[in-house]
Design a protein around this ligand. Sequence first.
Ligand code: FAD
Length: 420
Amino acid sequence: MLPVRFRDQVVPRVAGSVLPYGNGRSYGDSCLNNGGTLLATRGLDRFLAFDPSTGLIRCEAGVLLSEILSLTVGYGWFLPVTPGTRLITVGGAIANDVHGKNHHLAGTFGHQVTCLELVRGSGERVLCSATDRADLFAATIGGLGLTGLITWAEFRLKRIANPYVQVERIRFDSLDGFFDLALGAEREREYTVAWIDCLATGRHLGRGIYMAGTHAAPTCDGAPRAPGRTLSVPFDPPVSLIAGPTLKTFNELFYRKQFRRVQTGLEHYAPFFYPLDGIDQWNRIYGPKGFLQYQSVVPMALGRDVTREMLQCIARSGQGSFLSVLKVFGDRPPAGLLSFPRPGVTLALDFPFKGPSTLRLFDTLDALVAQVGGAIYPAKDARMSPALFASGYPRLDEFRRHLDPVFSSSFWRRVTEDVA
Ligand SMILES: Cc1cc2nc3c(=O)[nH]c(=O)nc-3n(C[C@H](O)[C@H](O)[C@H](O)COP(=O)(O)OP(=O)(O)OC[C@H]3O[C@@H](n4cnc5c(N)ncnc54)[C@H](O)[C@@H]3O)c2cc1C
């Protein structure tokens, strides 16, 4: 796989296929192009326009979300939607149509984009929006870099009074407790997500801590300081540090750490939105075999039962990790033809890779997801089958019409080879 820096605003003529590469924060092979060429887009790093009175911003696609925040927070503007890391590019945010803790109110990153420019393999430059070339716009949002290279995009930021978030952490002792919070009045909170103890069983199955946040009011007192130095994992431990018995104890301690059922406080936005960005090379804690993430979404009507079954399988397997989250997505229709977020319940877990036993567990989870018409998130995937991809993305045929013949990825070839 040859990385080529994208220059001169033209797709270079190379043998084989090309694929835009943002900041490589996707977990699987959707940002890889084995045997082909990667177009490194980080050099597209200019801000083109920012109006501090309206919050409308236009920047090149290689700009990181962290760079946008550095520019705009001081002016009282925040990202309208942000995933759990700010170390991703605008191009990557659009191509995976990323979601954040406010999906239930704001939808996805793609919903915020007003227009973008796409360079096709033929050299054609296309300006796309909801009204101009709307079909190509919808294919490019969540389009996995396969419709061409996004050079710049414009989107609307969100007003904030300061960099702080009013946070509430609520302990719940079962899966029903989670759904009571997520579907009740808590749904009106701006940002919500729950940490789940993936090894709890019996009546405690699905217990965890529900985190809700709202941007702080202008008059908030006692604002904490911005986090300082980034911690780092300085070496590769010989085995995963968060698996098996260590994990059970760790989860128990984390759950019990919160003495009161409800805890509130004011936090800087960085630890609230981006806890892992504070630990450099956090992925090393999984040891030399690394990890796989599994993120699924299942329709709401059967969400409770399927999530229970999935958690039972995971707890029985003894696998899983501390990083396990559950969220209810909002009802907004997807912004892109291949967008992952849709109305339903999403479960995301990291699993230290243990070889065949991890893959067998994933196959069991796949069967549960497929049975109810759910889907797996391509940005987190390294092994889903072509059949599951096809059943989870019903607008796949419509999407194929917008594929650029010069563009391809390892992910695309893997999930379409049997059904092309
Ligand atoms: C700690 C962590 C937390 C995360 N939390 C979330 C979360 O909460 N929600 C969520 O949705 N995701 C989450 N993710 C996944 C991450 O947001 C996505 O994988 C994102 O797309 C990565 O962006 P990137 O810039 O690194 O792009 P890459 O990973 O390099 O590429 C991603 C895709 O974008 C395409 N692409 C990149 N640039 C362009 C361009 N200029 N034009 C066209 N296509 C392009 C690539 O071809 C590829 O298909 C998380 C990842 C990490 C590491």
